[in-house]
Ligand binder design. Structure first.
Ligand code: FES
Length: 326
């Protein structure tokens, strides 16, 4: 027999045209997109060795150090600084949980609430300075989650719906048990996938990102008193600069041996949106790779681009043979 648009769905008796006009089917492409994107984002973070490497300018440690200065919730973020690595892992696992729940239609409304909260957090942090606002993806994601916080998977391609349809003699208790077992199984499978992805990422090596050396105490240098030893006096030529990470804060910074003599040090966090600035030796300037801000290497003053304020100057001390910052 020839198939027609009026063929009925076996379980509901409704025509496919009627069924496809229901919210669950209408929203299915959007739901799949959100599910795949969040799962991929979480796995990608875990697969990237630089993500949890404090010496990398793309690490979560560096991002948080920058966001403390640039985000409207910077004061709140500063409370999490001692636990940045853990926060980074939790963000990645949160994305994977939200994405998996959304794809499978398992606790889909809760997953959508989690997705909306994650998107809102990203909007208030990494996307806050995106201008015009519609160039930022996180504001779009935050809005896209809203319909799913109300309808979840709406019974379409949904483990929630499948579990709910199972015959039962003790509906309340068994339904919870079934959901608990299913969620436990999915959580173990997701964790195993996350662990495997992280292992493969490290085995392959990931993308090459230049590492910033952590400033550490040097032999012969008196320790302590809140200062960070960056370099020996004879190890940095006039006109050159040395990048380093301040161990106390995880923040990237530059020490400059000025062409005219003397030293200056600045936080490397761009005051526009928090990227790490590069040093240009021929122009004696700092330039931001993200949106093109340019700063004077002598004073940290803004010379061009969208930066709203100079780089933060750090105090420099000459102690014997050592140059210290702090
Ligand atoms: S982060 Fe935008 S110019 Fe630096």
């Amino acid at each position: 027999m020839k198939p027609t648009a009026k063929r009925k769905h076996r379980a509901t008796g409704l025509s496919w045209r009627t069924r496809l006009a229901e919210p669950g089917w209408l929203l299915l492409p959007l739901r799949m997109f959100l599910g795949v994107t969040f799962t991929f984002a979480g796995l990608q973070k875990l697969a990237d060795p630089a993500y949890l490497d404090p010496a990398s300018p793309t690490s979560v440690q560096h991002q948080l150090a920058a966001l403390v200065h640039t985000s409207p919730i910077g004061a709140l973020l500063s409370l999490f600084r001692p636990h940045t690595g853990t926060i980074g892992v939790l963000i990645a696992l949160g994305e994977i949980s939200v994405g998996t729940g959304t794809l499978l239609g398992l606790w889909a409304r809760l997953a959508a609430v989690g997705g909306a909260l994650l998107s809102l957090t990203f909007l208030l942090t990494v996307s806050w300075h995106t201008w015009p606002y519609y160039y930022g993806s996180d504001i779009v994601f935050a809005v896209m989650w809203l319909p799913f916080t109300a309808v979840g998977s709406a019974g379409v391609l949904s483990l929630d719906a499948w579990l709910g349809r199972m015959p039962d003699h003790d509906p309340g208790r068994r339904a919870w048990l079934r959901h608990g077992v299913t969620i436990g199984f999915v959580a173990v499978a997701a964790l195993a996938t996350a662990g495997l992805t992280a292992w493969i990422g490290r085995a392959v090596g990931g993308r090459a990102v230049p590492r910033w050396p952590m400033a550490t105490a040097m032999s012969g240098d008196p320790a302590g008193d809140g200062e960070t030893t960056v370099v020996r006096l004879d190890e940095i030529d006039q006109g050159s600069a040395k990048r380093f990470i301040i161990p106390q804060s995880g923040e990237p910074a530059w020490l400059i041996h000025l062409p005219a003599g003397g030293f200056a040090a600045f936080s490397a966090v761009c005051t526009h949106a928090g990227c790490a600035v590069d040093f240009n030796i021929s122009d004696q300037e700092f330039s931001c790779p993200c949106h093109g801000a340019v700063y004077s290497a002598a004073s940290g003053a803004v010379l061009g681009g969208p930066a709203p304020a100079p780089l933060t100057r750090l105090p420099v001390h000459l102690r014997g043979d050592f140059v210290r910052v702090g």
